[in-house]
Design a protein around this ligand. Structure first.
Ligand SMILES: [Zn+2]
Length: 64
């Protein structure tokens, strides 16, 4: 259902590919990303984290 979208290169705005992914104990996700623009080839690290629950479960007690 979700669509995989990487953060574009901050230097040249080209699309990029994920190199490595790490899941941290706090539930966030770090990715090493490489720019697909051969003239740039920058590598950078992004961090994804949940900062807000948009819709909570209707019946939280049924989660477990
Ligand atoms: Zn780039």
């Amino acid at each position: 259902m979700g669509v995989l979208i990487m953060i574009n290169c901050p230097l040249c705005r080209s699309s990029a590919l994920t190199h490595a992914v790490r899941y941290l104990p706090d539930g966030s996700k770090e990715s090493d990303i490489q720019c697909r623009n051969l003239k740039c080839s920058a590598t950078y690290r992004t961090k994804e984290t949940v900062y807000r629950i948009i819709r909570e479960p209707l019946t939280p007690s049924s989660l477990h």
